[in-house]
Design a protein around this ligand. Structure first.
Ligand code: ADP
Ligand code: ZN
Length: 210
């Protein structure tokens, strides 16, 4: 078992890349911290109730809360699996918790997208609440408008994808998450890809460096 971390701003396309690769290779497991948290919120678990307010504001949830969820998933995972960690770690404290699990990190891939492009990307983002598939109204449209290709569910706009919250999430990204670039550079693990090449080429570029 080992880990590949996807680093990148909200809307950089990390989730789309991870879902695509996991769909074509059963030894890759996509673990999205945001999906885990939204699942907990939807179920109304104690962790979900605690996380909800932070998420709606675009703030980070407490480190211990998300770290527990991720280490639970790691503990449940067995065999010859590479975990694609999408959305965790998001700050240095979380990266240190992850190191303590002792699971080897194979690489950390920064999906690089300029802030100027992010707002547009997120404005067009649509999500399937059931199977978590991600779409974009122009860049990655579903076959039938507003309907998930994979499961037929009606697509939704995430609550935290409104322009004001997106601005806050970008501020949090630059302040909390960007220091991880240096953290993993120092460990010789960081790779970069251009995240503005379209879903297909992004995934291929990722595969080539991961
Ligand atoms: P995006 O990458 O588009 O910002 P995510 O689905 O990864 O979206 O995250 C949505 C929200 O979930 C974040 O804004 C934050 O509130 C919370 N969250 C996700 N991952 C973490 C994490 N590792 N630490 C703290 N909060 C997190
Ligand atoms: Zn679906």
């Amino acid at each position: 078992m080992n880990i590949v971390i996807l680093l990148g701003a909200p809307g950089s396309g990390k989730g789309t890349i991870a879902a695509r690769l996991a769909g074509e290779n059963e030894n890759l497991k996509h673990i999205s911290s945001g999906d885990l948290l939204r699942g907990a919120v939807a179920k109304g678990t104690p962790a979900g109730l605690e996380a909800k307010g932070y998420m709606e504001k675009g703030a980070l949830v407490p480190d211990a809360l998300i770290a527990q969820m991720i280490t639970d998933v790691i503990a449940e995972t067995q065999g010859d699996v590479t975990m694609l960690l999408d959305g965790f770690p998001r700050n240095v404290a979380q990266a240190e918790i992850l190191e303590k699990t002792g699971v080897p990190i194979r690489s950390v891939v920064l999906v690089d997208v300029p802030d100027a492009i992010i707002a547009d990307r997120i404005a067009g983002r649509r999500t399937c609440p059931k199977c978590k598939a991600g779409y974009h109204v122009t860049a990655l449209p579903p076959k039938v408008e507003g309907v998930c290709d994979k499961c037929g569910e009606k697509l939704v706009i995430r609550k935290d994808d409104n322009p004001d919250t997106v601005k806050d999430r970008l501020v949090v990204y630059h302040r909390e998450t960007e220091p991880l670039i240096k953290f993993y550079e120092q460990r010789g693990l960081l790779r970069r890809i251009d995240g503005d090449q379209g879903p297909e080429k992004n995934a291929a570029a990722f595969k080539a460096v991961m």
